[in-house]
Design a protein around this ligand. Sequence first.
Ligand code: AMP
Ligand code: MG
Length: 422
Amino acid sequence: MEPESLAQRSRAPTETDLPLEEVRRRILAELAPVSGSERVPLATSLGRVLAEDVHAAVDVPPHDNAAMDGYAVRSADLPAEGAAELQLAGRVLAGERREAELPPGHGVRIMTGAPLPPGADAVVIQERAELVGEAHVRLPGGVGPGENVRRAGEDIAAGAVALGAGCRLRPQEVGVIGSVGRAEVTVHRRPLVVFFATGDELRSPGEALAPGQIYDSNRPMIVAALRRLGVEVQDLGVVGDDPATLEATLHQVGGYADAVITTGGVSVGEADHVKPALEAVGDVAFWRVAVRPGRPLAFGWVGQAAFFGLPGNPVSAAVSLYKLVQPGLRRMMGERGDLAPVRIPALTAEPLRKRPGRAEFQRGILEHGADGVARVVSTGSQGSGVLTSLVHANCLIYLEADRGDVGAGETVHVQPLEGVQL
Ligand code: AMP
Ligand code: MG
């Protein structure tokens, strides 16, 4: 069934495994932002990457204003100690503007966000004020200039770059763009990413399983991850373990996609045809990373498209996606910077098994004990087919390549799977 030469080729000895960090660097160095940009309304800009610097046309905030409800005063009118009585000179609410200068010895009732009247330089909070009759207020002394005042431009000065090109827009960036008054922004075009799973044993969810078959979990998982990342996804479904079909499919999608991602068939088994197919119709830049899970990973080019061949085991596919594909796609989406993951130290609550040689990402549960110390435990079986380990985990435990077994109480570094998200 299978051409002999192909089987031999796929079993041929290969180069040594590349260190994970080197693979990451090479992927980031080889990939560039896709060309093309578009103008989008702020309301639909979430997850996009800025293709322009967004300058502030105005100061943010636009005027000095009260940070609290209270009384706007000239701080010099109040003594260093004790208290003083000031005459009331009206009221200013948010959205209003009082042009008249605050006369010395007077205070103005002011609400949060209202512009400070000219002459005033501080706000005394209302909880510390005591009304005396209708027209006077007793205020404590010791109020410095600028107290409870938000200065014009203290967040963003007019003319400054509020957000730079290459910035991914999270809700808070969308808010900042709003704060400078912009209703539209120019963002990079979304890369078109084509995905297909490979494997004769795969059936799609909803279909009936025959003996020897399994449900395809990579395809829904990876398509979901790509959607969340914000690329445009074309889902080609499952392609069988057939060299000619794989070559034809790769050749075709290489003609229009920005990136192609596959799972399965990238190792050295007799039905692993992805790497030879890529060699036939494109270029393999490298494969095999000194990491576990996720050692087989082919990276290269087919036509105009970057190619990522991920392993079939679902946990391996997920970890490879997170570690190597996501940074690459984020670069293609236009993001700048080194896109390095956050790693935080934690103590192991139990020993972890680890063989020296490859970096490992074990699935872990990070908890803060009553003593406030972050401790991490393994989710249990670290089999690369145990996808529920990623459901139970709230972090990946990163163990350096040269590290061996880890004892309880040792320091390891973890990468939270979900950070703080607005
Ligand atoms: P492979 O990388 O093709 O050798 O596959 C390694 C293991 O992952 C095998 O047990 C496959 O059956 C399994 N596998 C491959 N693709 C998928 C998929 N899309 N969903 C679930 N399991 C898969
Ligand atoms: Mg396979």
